[in-house]
Design a protein around this ligand. Structure first.
Ligand code: FES
Ligand SMILES: [Fe+2]
Length: 420
């Protein structure tokens, strides 16, 4: 459990909050790259309680600026996107990808240029990588180092980003991504590999076999590494090694070869979160849709869970199916819908003074303590945690593998067996 003050400190992300200020110092995914076409429709993006538009200019570059026109606040989601800039349809003022006003045709000709230069525009730097447009919303004149995770170096054919949108605070989303203990219960219907829908079938069989793994943690400069160790027949153990790159990313363990998944929880505002599922394969193009593999997510990669229901209909839970043997009654929707339903059921911002944590919550406790330490440090000193030149983000990879009982999972060369 947390006291009320710490819960507020961790969860409030709007302008002027300590956590909001800290989280804005990291690069965050804003939208899918493919969503933006040159001279196409601007995309509305809400982040940290503020509204923006992202757009791709004629020359292919991406701009990211306030949604409200700096003149009289008409939405720039309505703007014309032409000749390397967004032109507001109200009075024709135009803005470049650099976030400058480059034309104000309602002003007298002789002072137009000077006037345009004086217009204050709120815009933020962007970086495209891994099929995503990333944005830096912090205060520094020079953005911090981009976290060059391995998926960010892959061609678009090797990466599939999908965005879920949940009606809860970002920390609820992150905690669900870290919570290993729920998988054997909440997702037990999906773990049954005989359905043939599961992309990560071998994984599932191990998860079902042992519901009480032993967890071991190693603190890392980017967050922490969690080893979930299960007993296997034949004098072997099975390790699932999760990598948590705070404050946003959880890398889900999978076999050393083949497709993998990383998830992140990005605050839209205090009570809404973008939960990204990014599937990627470092060796080959992704040949199957992640959505198809996990059930029947809707076909909208920008809001794949749009049809998941809500509190008023109990997320479409099917009681008859539960009587017939389905654990959660949230049918044919894969893990994500089950996760989202329980997250939303906790309320928009869960009251963590009311919890009663057990051994299975060690990972949750650890993440909260690291985040609390980081936000207090940032608030008091301005220093940012979980990043720095010494971190090799590109080598962060969550794996699962079997190894001899007398070996140490930290030392085991899983590649040698995977290559056989
Ligand atoms: S409100 Fe946009 S140009 Fe006037
Ligand atoms: Fe889950």
């Amino acid at each position: 459990m947390l006291n009320k003050a710490d819960n507020e400190l961790l969860t409030r992300v709007g302008p002027g909050t300590p956590m909001g200020a800290m989280l804005r110092e990291y690069w965050v995914p804003a939208c899918r790259s493919a969503k933006l076409e040159a001279d196409g429709a601007p995309e509305r993006v809400r982040l940290f309680g503020e509204n923006f538009v992202a757009f791709r200019a004629t020359d292919g570059r991406v701009g990211f600026m306030q949604e409200a026109c700096p003149h009289r606040c008409a939405s720039l989601a309505l703007a014309r996107n032409e000749d390397n800039g967004l032109r507001c349809i109200f009075h024709g003022w135009k803005f470049s990808v650099e976030g400058k006003c480059v034309d104000a045709p309602t002003e007298p000709r002789q002072q137009r240029e000077r006037f345009a230069e004086s217009v204050p525009v709120l815009a933020h730097p962007v970086h495209e990588a891994g099929g995503l447009v990333w944005v830096y919303m912090g205060e520094k004149a020079t953005p911090p180092r981009f976290p060059d995770y391995e998926f960010t170096a892959l061609p678009d054919t090797h990466v599939q980003p999908y965005r879920g949108i949940i009606r809860t605070n970002w920390l609820q989303g992150l905690e669900a991504l870290l919570d290993s203990a729920h998988v054997t219960f909440l997702h037990s219907a999906n773990l049954n590999s005989s359905t043939g829908r599961n992309y990560f079938k071998d994984e599932s069989d191990f998860m079902l076999a042992d519901g009480a793994p032993v967890f071991e943690f190693d603190e890392q400069p980017y967050g922490f590494r969690e080893g979930a160790i299960r007993e296997e027949p034949g004098n072997r153990r099975y390790a699932r090694v999760r990598e948590v790159s705070l404050p946003f990313f959880s890398f889900i363990p999978s076999a050393p070869k083949g497709p993998r998944i990383v998830c992140c929880s990005i605050p839209i505002d205090d009570v809404t979160t973008a939960q990204w599922y990014i599937a990627y394969d470092t060796e080959a193009p992704m040949t199957r849709s992640l959505m198809g593999a996990f059930g029947t997510w809707s076909e909208n990669p920008d809001h794949f869970n749009a049809d998941m229901g809500d509190a008023s209909n109990l997320w479409l839970q099917d009681r008859q199916a539960m009587k017939d043997g389905h654990w959660s009654g949230i049918l044919d929707r894969g893990n994500a819908y089950e996760d989202f339903a329980v997250q939303e059921s906790m309320g928009p911002i869960v009251d963590r003074t009311q919890e009663y944590l057990g051994t299975c919550d060690r990972v949750i406790y650890r993440a909260r303590q690291q985040l609390l330490g980081a936000v207090k440090r940032f608030r008091d000193t301005g220093e940012l945690s979980f990043t720095g030149d010494e971190i090799d983000f590109s080598s962060i990879r969550a794996v699962s593998f079997a190894y001899p009982r007398d070996a140490d999972w930290r030392e085991w060369d899983y590649w040698a067996e995977a290559a056989e």
